[in-house]
Write a protein that binds this ligand. Structure first.
Ligand SMILES: [Ca+2]
Length: 257
């Protein structure tokens, strides 16, 4: 593995950033933003308390973003919302070469919604120009018919309508740190998702394969990426939500966990 990584790094030297493999312990100790990426935030350099930085924006309604100390001095972002509130870190003026990019974050959610029926949550949202689709690579839904709470790629605001293609192969896991990666690729208007480094072929969307109306799904030229939490229906169970996010990165290459 080391030699492969060395070879990959050699290939990319002088061209663009290399892959940044690191285990969670190392990342926690020195932060994960050690190389240049399209966007990176490991929260290590921010003062603890209510989030305030020139590097990204804050989009909240009945929600807060707080930088906290986690184990061994690592700093993380605590997202807290009430009912169907929202709290997002917002990356503005984003631009990826060819509109093709990968995202990565580590995530722990205290509890997912079990009410109302079909409660829908979004954690990552990408928007831009050229298409009105609000792309949601990381989100999910409570499905009372199974019952269960499942991850699913989704979108809203565009010709394909409001959809979340939740999959029973992707149940949520509460109160556990997991690594989420996603890719947006305009070649086939494709969205892909990895959880803890493993691709789930059901967590995807493309021009013709998606969960919405029977029209082409077209990615916007992304200029804004929001990362955080939002619910849409009121009267939620539980009544408040807490999650912690760390090691956010947007990159031209897949970063791994
Ligand atoms: Ca951190």
């Amino acid at each position: 593995m080391r030699s492969l990584l060395a070879a990959l790094t050699a290939l990319t030297v002088g061209v663009t950033v290399g892959s940044v493999p690191s285990d969670a312990a190392d990342a926690a100790h020195r932060g994960s933003c050690t190389r240049q990426m399209l966007f990176c935030e490991d929260f290590e350099r921010l003062p603890r308390g209510g989030a305030s930085t020139l590097d990204w924006g804050i989009d909240t309604r009945n929600g807060t973003l707080t930088v906290e100390r986690a184990r061994r001095g690592n700093q993380v972002l605590h997202i807290h919302t009430v009912d169907n509130g929202r709290a997002f870190l917002r990356v503005d003026d984003f631009a990826a070469p060819g509109n093709r990019f990968y995202g990565r974050m580590r995530l722990r959610v205290d509890a997912f919604p079990t009410g109302p029926d079909w409660a829908h949550f979004t954690l990552v949202e990408a928007t831009g120009t050229g298409s009105s689709e609000i792309v949601r690579p990381i989100g999910g839904q409570y499905a009372p018919t199974v019952p269960g709470i499942f991850w699913g790629v989704g979108a809203d605001g565009g010709p394909t309508g409001d959809w979340t293609n939740w999959r029973e192969s992707a149940p949520v896991v509460e109160d556990t740190w997991q690594c989420f990666e996603w890719q947006l690729d305009p070649a086939d208007n494709r969205v892909a998702v990895w959880i803890d480094g493993v691709a789930n072929p059901e967590l995807t969307a493309s021009t013709t394969e998606h969960g919405g109306n029977d029209v082409p799904f077209v990615l916007p030229t992304v200029n804004t990426v929001k990362i955080g939490w939002q619910l849409y229906q009121g009267g939620t169970t539980p009544g408040e939500f807490d999650l912690w996010i760390d090691d956010i990165a947007l990159s031209t290459r897949r970063l791994g966990c």
